[in-house]
Design a protein around this ligand. Structure first.
Ligand code: ZN
Length: 254
């Protein structure tokens, strides 16, 4: 049984940062490129409820379904630590959660972001996959630990997992108030950071790497080489523009 986080693709939708991909191949993150949304949401905005034309979002999601070859499952994300394990078969209803887990091969999983971390996990041995939304709140509250726990209940072992932390705001850009930095660093020391202009910041990617490592995923199985969303306009960034779209980390079993 095999799974793959990074898959070859014939279109531009899930390979829009291919040029920056690693030895694992094209990366499974969408960008702005390829969609029908206009104006502030221009491009492949996948989120409803961010002020975009709903018909455009439906069309963008259809494009993604066609690209993946299976229905793409989304969740209503709320910065929680709720993990949704898909039913073993049949339709996957949209629920409120911030992580999705399955061992099914007939659907793909999507997590939407615009600066937060899209974290994709795959266990090639058990065939279990997961997608998690890890912003500051979710990361500190344990969304990644809970996601891995749900995967193990489907037979995955942390030592077998590979993980990809996608395009997200970097530690040199994610400015926060000093008390917020102190509180985060007390729990996750690696999140302590400074902006490139010398003010308090958080490095959420470093925090995620710390958590995934502590959970037992080998460092060599972590793929983190992706652009900063605030600095790279191929991605939506909430910090750059409060009214904007969402791109996604998307994966399916190979
Ligand atoms: Zn940055």
């Amino acid at each position: 049984m095999t799974t793959s986080i990074c898959r070859r693709s014939s279109s531009d939708l899930v390979t829009s940062c291919t040029g920056l991909a690693t030895s694992r191949g094209p990366c499974p993150f969408t960008g702005r490129e390829g969609g029908v949304s206009a104006g502030e949401h221009a491009g492949l905005n996948l989120a409803q409820h961010v002020g975009d034309d709903e018909r455009a979002v439906v069309r963008n999601r259809e494009l993604l379904d066609a690209e993946l070859g299976v229905p793409v499952v989304f969740v209503d994300q709320t910065h929680s630590t709720d993990v949704h394990v898909l039913p073993a078969a049949g339709p996957a209803p949209v629920v409120s959660a911030d992580a999705l887990v399955t061992d099914r091969g007939d659907v793909a999983l999507a997590i939407m972001v615009a600066d937060c971390l899209p974290v994709l996990l795959s266990d090639p041995v058990s065939g279990t996959i997961a997608a998690a939304h890890a912003g500051r709140a979710g990361l500190l509250a344990g969304v990644l630990e809970r996601t891995i726990e749900a995967m193990t209940q489907l037979g995955a072992r942390p030592a077998d997992l590979t993980a990809s932390i996608g395009p997200s705001i970097c530690g040199a850009c994610y400015e926060v108030p000093e008390p917020m930095r102190a509180e985060a660093a007390q729990q996750l020391p690696t999140t302590w950071a400074e902006t490139s202009w010398g003010t308090p910041a958080l490095d959420l990617r470093a925090g995620a790497i710390e958590i995934l490592g502590a959970a037992g995923i080998p460092r060599s199985a972590l793929e983190t080489d992706h652009p900063c969303t605030l600095e790279d306009e191929r991605f939506y960034s909430y910090r750059r523009q409060a009214r904007t779209g969402r791109f996604a980390g998307v994966l399916r079993r190979a």
